[in-house]
Structure formats: structure tokens, C-alpha cells
Write a protein that binds this ligand. Structure first.
Ligand code: NCD
Length: 362
């Protein structure tokens, strides 16, 4: 089956070549050095922000990014005040808004939901987080932070700590960093919160070395970058399951004393208790600066996506299977049942086009 295209969408950073990402980082760098030069770059353009899930940084940094480019914004940050509360499906809501706006940014609690919207949207769609799956614009933020603060994206030893199972920022950043030479990965989590199989498969296929450990204390000394994450309470199947994992990793000054002087600490934020407040005063704590970099890289992204109207990136590369269903109960195809069931792969192993989960065919 031929690839299915629609507008230029950003669903997964790995759908684009690495030089496209680095081009965005270059543009973000230029914007940072002279923001005034870009203040009318998107004059007359409208961005829709559809946030079905809570957000502070991602939503506001997208909105300020568009305002700083001279454009305007529409949208909702609480689906309860839109027709979603009346039972409207994703397809209808996003179809309508994409007819009003020139570019649309969407966050939703279900994996694969943003790709589902992009299939029928009338304007470019940017994934601002789809359930526990991916968060490509946080990854652009992280990459810009690494390049500005470490001076390179190569030969870095990066430790991911916390909820590696449900943390979409972790999944996206691991997929991105596995495209750079010499990255080594240290995955620090409890067995219950370890990385999903599809991300591990991706990592192994990239040929990079990775190790899984459970002690932050033991790992911190070997890292160039420590990426801390929150335990994602809202993605646990029960409050009891969350209680068992809560507070399992806390970075404090005692642990920071074991780290290299050149190590930097990143966190997508919000923080709950995984970084003690005392660490904020350590010059290696980069998370607040990181959040600001996010605004500049989103300016670069909006600008680029509105300019590159001729670039083609396929949304679907597999084919529709009439009777096959995705094995991931948290996939959008189980909630929005009108969606065609698209899978990549052969007759024995199918990979869902929406959530990337692999399903064995019997
Ligand atoms: C993250 C997210 O929403 O996935 N936050 C963000 O976008 N900066 C991380 C989180 O919620 O823990």
C-alpha cells in the first residue's frame, strides 16, 4: 500500500531526518540572539491549541512562541468547556479547529490520538504529548538545552531516572539521542517502571549501548546528563500501584556531590518530589533554563512548519487491517472506534501506526 500523506505534521521527531531537527536548533539559536527580528514573522497567522490534558509549560510556551512571532492564538485548555463535554469525537473537533487555524497544537491523554487527528485535519498538526507515548517538542527543547549547555549532541552519557515506562518525554528523547554518535544510555528505574519494549527494541536496533540499573546513587557519577522525571500518577492503573512507586528516586545535594562538575540535570517539569528544592541552587541544575529554551525552539518549529508547505512526510507507511486490533488497551483505536486499524510489518508481527505497540498475529 502507498504511504498516506496529509499536511506536514510533527507526530514523532523520528519521522524527520536528523538534519531537519538540527536546522530547527540552529534557527532557535538565531531567534534567541535577536528575537526582535522575528516579531512579525507569523503576522496574520492563527495557531489553535487543543489541550485535552493539563499543561503549563508546553501550552504557554507554544502560545507565547506564536505571540512573539506576531501571530494570534485560539483554543481550549480544558475540554470540559468545549463540545468535547457533549461527547464530540476527536475527528470532528480537530477537523473544525483545523479549518479555523493555520497550524494546530494538540495534547491528549491517549496514545496515538494526535496522529488520529492529523489524518483528517485541514492544517499542520503538532503533537504536544499523546498519553504515555511521545512528546517530540519536549525533545526539541531537551536537544536545544543539550546543544547550548554541553556544546554537542554526540558522545554523551545520559541517565534517565524515574518513570521510564509512562514518561513520554523519555521515550521521545531516547529515540532522538539514539540517532547521535557515541550516546550511551543508563536507564535508572524500578523494574515496574522500566522502559516499554518498543523503545528498547528501537534502542537495541540503533546499536547503542545501554544498561538498566536501579540505584541512582551508584549511577550518578558516570553521567554527563541526568534526566530526572516525575512518577506519572495519572497513568497508573490504580492509586495503590502509584503509592508503591511514589518517592522511589529523590535527587538531593548528597547525590549531586557524587556527580561530575560538568554534569547537567534536566527535567521536563513539573517536579513533584524527585528533585529536592536545595538542588535548584546548584549551577548544574538546568531545568528552569531548559523550560525557557522550549519557547525559542517552538518559535523555530512554528515558523518552519508554516514555511515548509511543500515538504512531505508520510503519516502512515503500513496498511489497514480490517479485523486486527491493537494489543495496547491504551491505544486511541480502542476509544475512537471509527479509526481505520493501520499497522506496519509483516504477517507475524504488526506494529500499530498510532501507538507503536507490537502485536503478534496468531
Ligand atoms: C511533561 C509531559 O507533559 O509529558 N511535561 C512537559 O510537557 N513539560 C512531563 C510530565 O508531565 O511529567
Amino acid at each position: 500500500m502507498a504511504n498516506i500523506y496529509n499536511n506536514l505534521n510533527l507526530i514523532d521527531l523520528n519521522d524527520f531526518p536528523v538534519n531537519w531537527w538540527t536546522g530547527l536548533l540552529d534557527k532557535a539559536h538565531d531567534i534567541m540572539s535577536d528575537p526582535a527580528a522575528y516579531s512579525e514573522s507569523c503576522k496574520g497567522k492563527i495557531m489553535g491549541t487543543l489541550f485535552y490534558e493539563p499543561s503549563t509549560r508546553t501550552q504557554m510556551s507554544f502560545q507565547t512562541a506564536m505571540l512573539r512571532l506576531g501571530g494570534t492564538i485560539i483554543g481550549f485548555d480544558n475540554p470540559a468547556t468545549s463540545s468535547v463535554a457533549k461527547g464530540e469525537n476527536i475527528k470532528d473537533t480537530t477537523k473544525i479547529v483545523s479549518g479555523y487555524a493555520d497550524i494546530m497544537v494538540m495534547r491528549h491523554p491517549v496514545a496515538g490520538s494526535v496522529k488520529a487527528a492529523a489524518l483528517t485535519a485541514d492544517c499542520p498538526v503538532i503533537n504536544a504529548g499523546d498519553g504515555g507515548h511521545l512528546h517530540p517538542t519536549q525533545t526539541l527543547t531537551d536537544l536545544l538545552t543539550l546543544r547550548e549547555e554541553k556544546g554537542t549532541l554526540e558522545n554523551l552519557c545520559i541517565g534517565f531516572c524515574g518513570d521510564l515506562k509512562n514518561g513520554r518525554t523519555v521515550h521521545s528523547l531516547i529515540k532522538a539521542m539514539s540517532c547521535f554518535k557515541g550516546t550511551s544510555f543508563v536507564l535508572i528505574s524500578t523494574p515496574e517502571l522500566s522502559l516499554p519494549a518498543y523503545v528498547k527494541t528501537f534502542l537495541s536496533a540503533s546499536g547503542h549501548s545501554y544498561k538498566e540499573v536501579s540505584s541512582l546513587d551508584d549511577a550518578v557519577g558516570m553521567l554527563d546528563v541526568l534526566y530526572m522525571t516525575r512518577i506519572q500518577r495519572e497513568r497508573f492503573s490504580s492509586p495503590e500501584e502509584y503509592e508503591k512507586q511514589k518517592g522511589c528516586y529523590i535527587l538531593d545535594n548528597k547525590k549531586m556531590a557524587k556527580a561530575k562538575d560538568s554534569m547537567i540535570v534536566l527535567h521536563p517539569l513539573p517536579r513533584v518530589d524527585e528533585i529536592a528544592i536545595e538542588v535548584d541552587d546548584d549551577p548544574r541544575a538546568m531545568y528552569f533554563k531548559q523550560a525557557k529554551y522550549g519557547m525559542y525552539v517552538r518559535m523555530a518549529l512554528i515558523l518552519t512548519m508554516l514555511e515548509e508547505s511543500t515538504m512531505k512526510v508520510p503519516l502512515i507507511t503500513g496498511r489497514a487491517h480490517k479485523h486486527q486490533i491493537c494489543s495496547n488497551p491504551l491505544c486511541i483505536t480502542h476509544k475512537e472506534t471509527y479509526l481505520p486499524h493501520y499497522f506496519r510489518g509483516d504477517s507475524t508481527m504488526l506494529e500499530c501506526e498510532y501507538c507503536d505497540e507490537r502485536t503478534l498475529v496468531e
